[in-house]
Design a protein around this ligand. Structure first.
Ligand code: MG
Ligand code: MG
Length: 254
């Protein structure tokens, strides 16, 4: 069984750059439209239209039977929330996870936003720890490193900040499939996991919880929530391993 990531060709890399740029711009523009009263279904429609207008395909729509363009998860929901009629409220934490396909190649990207009232320090801290955890993971995405260096650095940082990281859902290799080997956990030992090589691409995605890391899946069979009902934040970027270090593919060109 293939446990290491595939090495991408220059053509595949250029498609992945474009898929990453489109989803990053979709996310930035979507973030500006978030306010109380907007439904998660409206957020999803915006992302779908943006991605399609750019000539790409929404990566999640229909994948494994998922019914929407984005996974939208609110407050204690961690990942895989299904967009619908739910209206956003001031002070909600909204995690949006979205991907695009260009030339058969995938991007995968997630951000957490606070709706309107962003005065709550605990919520801001949770979001900044999840974002910083991702940045630490990216910094360690160097050819010759084992995945465990990424995993261990994220875990140590998040636990040191008094938060926890989800264990049942992890980052992954990415390319002509959304989910490819290797696994990229947000916890573990430094000397574990696949060796990073130039030309591999991985999605790093720390899911940081205010309380404990244990999760459960709701009756809709998709939405993953914290077991203790406490808040969660999710940040994700698609990263290419290059000779010069990590390149963030889910980065907006303009
Ligand atoms: Mg994702
Ligand atoms: Mg992912």
């Amino acid at each position: 069984m293939l446990t290491e990531g595939t090495i991408k060709t220059p053509e595949q890399i250029s498609h992945m750059r474009e898929a990453g740029d489109i989803v990053a711009r979709a996310m930035i523009n979507c973030g500006k439209k978030l306010q109380s009263g907007v439904t998660t279904g409206e957020v999803d429609n915006f992302l779908r239209e943006f991605i399609e207008k750019e000539g790409a395909k929404p990566a999640f729509l229909g994948l494994y039977g998922f019914p929407a363009t984005a996974c939208i998860s609110i407050n204690e929901e961690i990942v895989h929330g299904i967009p619908g009629e739910r209206k956003l409220l001031s002070g909600d934490l909204i995690s949006i996870d979205c991907g695009a396909i260009v030339g058969g190649m995938y991007s995968d990207h997630a951000r957490t936003f606070i709706i309107e009232d962003s005065s709550d320090e605990d919520k801001n801290k949770l979001i900044s720890v999840a974002d910083n955890a991702l940045q630490i993971g990216i910094k360690n995405s160097i050819a010759g490193n084992k995945i465990g260096i990424i995993s261990n650095s994220i875990e140590e940082y998040v636990l040191g900040q008094g938060f926890d990281v989800v264990r049942e859902y992890v980052g992954h290799g990415i390319g002509s499939q959304l989910h490819e080997p290797p696994s990229v956990p947000n916890f573990g030992k430094k000397n574990e996991g696949a060796l990073l090589r130039v030309g591999m691409a991985i999605a790093i995605e720390p899911m940081v919880t205010e309380g404990k890391w244990q999760t459960k899946v709701m009756d809709d069979k998709w939405t993953v929530v914290t077991k203790d009902g406490k808040l969660s934040s999710h940040f994700e970027d698609t990263i290419l391993i290059t000779e010069d270090g990590p390149e963030i593919l889910t980065k907006a060109s303009i």
